[in-house]
Write a protein that binds this ligand. Structure first.
Ligand SMILES: [Zn+2]
Length: 124
């Protein structure tokens, strides 16, 4: 899916960093180590909450950075009139968690239509 956009080496590096964050989360939740009454399911719950927060932070940051690249005006895909681009925040379930996506949206007053510029092209 990332096909050439991010190297395997970079992904391994990110996994190592994230594993370190997992260790920090464990130490933060149980500074002296988990008691013998803490089950594996409960440990997984802590890890899962942390993983979902990483997904949220990463996806929200990347969609925000993409949204900034569209600029302040874009041509309407129908009449080509330049239209102001606004940002719309949309909560969404993504693989591994929930995130609020930062999406650019433009409205053409002439065509009375919204259009959504995205990395995959313009959608009306
Ligand atoms: Zn238009």
């Amino acid at each position: 899916m990332l096909s050439g956009k991010v190297s395997e080496r970079k992904l391994k590096e990110i996994e190592e960093i994230a594993a370190g964050w997992g260790k920090l989360a464990a130490k933060n939740v149980f500074p002296t180590g988990p008691g013998l009454d803490v089950t594996l399911v409960e440990m997984e719950e802590v890890a899962n909450r942390a993983a979902r927060a990483i997904v949220r932070g990463a996806v929200e940051t990347m969609t925000c950075e993409q949204a900034k690249q569209f600029g302040e005006e874009l041509p309407c895909p129908i009449c080509e009139r330049m239209c102001a681009v606004k940002r719309k925040f949309r909560p969404m379930t993504v693989r591994g968690g929930e995130a609020t996506l930062d999406e650019p949206v433009a409205h053409c007053p002439a065509c009375r239509r919204d259009f959504f510029p995205s990395a995959s092209g313009v959608e009306t």
